[in-house]
Write a protein that binds this ligand. Sequence first.
Ligand SMILES: Cc1cc2nc3c(=O)[nH]c(=O)nc-3n(C[C@H](O)[C@H](O)[C@H](O)COP(=O)(O)OP(=O)(O)OC[C@H]3O[C@@H](n4cnc5c(N)ncnc54)[C@H](O)[C@@H]3O)c2cc1C
Length: 342
Amino acid sequence: MVTIIGGGIAGTLLAGALAREKRPVTVYESQPVVGAGHFLALDGRAHAAMADLGVEIDRLHAASHPLTELRAADHTGVIRSDSRTDRRMYLRADLMRALTEFATATTADIHYGTPVTELNAAEGTLFSGDNQVAADHLIIAADGIDSLARRRLEPERTAEYSGQVIIYGITDKPIRPDTDPSVLHFQRQLDDDGRPVSTFGHFWDDTISVWFTRLTRAPLAVQDIGIQPIDSWTEPIMAGATAIPELVESLLAATNTVHVSNARTVPLADARPPRTPVILCGDADHAITPAAGVGARDAIEDAAAIYEAIATGGAPAAAMAERRNQILAERAQAAQMFRSAT
Ligand SMILES: Cc1cc2nc3c(=O)[nH]c(=O)nc-3n(C[C@H](O)[C@H](O)[C@H](O)COP(=O)(O)OP(=O)(O)OC[C@H]3O[C@@H](n4cnc5c(N)ncnc54)[C@H](O)[C@@H]3O)c2cc1C
């Protein structure tokens, strides 16, 4: 029996994969419905991992939009382009709908609107309010960046602000800006010393138009994050996108609400080695700023590694230790490439 805390991307995927193989699995998810708010790009590795776990690739394609190129520019014009064609763009709600369909078609026992409020890591017991909801030899904590499990296991390993406020918008109706479709366009604004002040990104095709901005500034208070009306953000967003004012104005004018968050990272370097009965998975273990664009891919690959360990009689703790080594090596490589490109 496996108990999963969190029915987000990793938790739902892992639950569906295990239950598909007739392994008993229970999920506790705090929200009644998962997935509203923003959008995300997933690469070929994420798709390969989901397909290996049994998610139909046609279903994923139907839920997403081909993303043919990442194209970054500053005031001097195009500065970087990456046209690997294995990425797809998802509204988060559409991705979660596809994964939830995958999991609910199995015997996975998913309890929505049921937050885990306490856990005893030594005994492997979980509580929701006054009720003990599980006593298990294996608990997978896929409960996201503010993980209760991580707070209990490693109280010193807290999420750190990465210096940017992130605002995501989805237009109410698709609009067709005067830019290439199916491309994720980035426009960077630098200060006099070449440091990024803001980045504005957008993507559109026949059925959606979405945009985001990252503003370098102090973190927001809790009451200012989540879904917010666009009005309070129009001015700072326009101020951070002076090179493309008409484009930004047209996207903002077609958007009612925005998803606002502080970009944060969960440090991994000095993490306590994974140990049963409670294993951290995905953002709970190693969230990375959305600017990296790989957090969901990493969470999906964690789910795949844990699934593989359980299915083959291996040790999920060893599988996650191995995942951490891979993630640390990839992040070091990405940092090196970034240094050489700037
Ligand atoms: C604005 C934004 C843009 C992003 N863009 C990208 C991108 O382009 N590409 C990419 O790869 N990644 C992206 N990411 C990162 C990606 O969304 C995360 O890395 C991914 O969602 C992590 O999946 P997860 O399953 O670990 O956590 P989550 O998907 O966050 O799921 C955690 C779940 O646990 C539930 N939960 C929390 N606490 C409890 C509790 N106590 N009891 C029960 N349930 C609980 C939550 O409600 C949630 O449903 C982006 C993130 C943001 C915020």
